[in-house]
Design a protein around this ligand. Sequence first.
Ligand SMILES: Cc1cc2nc3c(=O)[nH]c(=O)nc-3n(C[C@H](O)[C@H](O)[C@H](O)COP(=O)(O)O)c2cc1C
Length: 158
Amino acid sequence: MVGMIARCIVRAHPILTMAACMSYQRLLAELDLGFTRLRNRVVMGSMHTGMEDRFWNYPKLAEYFRERARGGVGLIITGGISPNREGWLLPFGGTLNSVFDLRNHWRLTQAVHEEGGKIALQILHAGRYGYPAVRCVRIGVEVAHFEVQATRVQHGRH
Ligand SMILES: Cc1cc2nc3c(=O)[nH]c(=O)nc-3n(C[C@H](O)[C@H](O)[C@H](O)COP(=O)(O)O)c2cc1C
C-alpha cells in the first residue's frame, strides 16, 4: 500500500521524489520575494538550447519550459537573450530590444505560468565575444572607409 502511494507521488510530482531523497528541508517551502512568490526553491539554471535564437522555435521552447514547470520547478531562468544586436550570441540570435520581440517571450511566460511556475529572462550581452561576423562587417566597413580617405589624401582630393 505504502509502495503504491509512493509510486503515485513519484508519478504526480517528480520534485517530491527528489526532495524525499534529500534532506533539504526548505526546498519545497514557498519563497516570498516581495514582488513575486515562488512555490518552492527549485531553480532551473540558465541553459541556452539554441531554440531562443530562432522565432519559429518559440512554440517548441514554450513546451520545453512548460514540461519543466509541470514537473514542479519553482523558477526557470531562460537561456541568455541579448539586449541588442552588438551582444548577439549568434547572428540574428535571441534578442529583447523591441516590442516585436515581446510576443515570443510572452509565449514562454504564459506556458510556465499556466503550470504554476515562474520564469525569469536572462539578459546576456556577449560583450567582446559578440558574434564576430557583425564586428567583421563593421571593421570591414571602417577599413574600407579609411582606405577611401587615404586614397583621397594621396590624390590630393582632400
Ligand atoms: C548547453 C548549456 C547552455 C548554457 N547556457 C547558459 C546561458 O545561456 N546562460 C548562463 O548563464 N549559463 C549557461 N550555461 C551554464 C549553466 O547554467 C551552468 O551554470 C553550468 O552548466 C554549470 O553548472 P553545472 O556544473 O551544474 O553543469 C549553460 C550550460 C550548458 C551546458
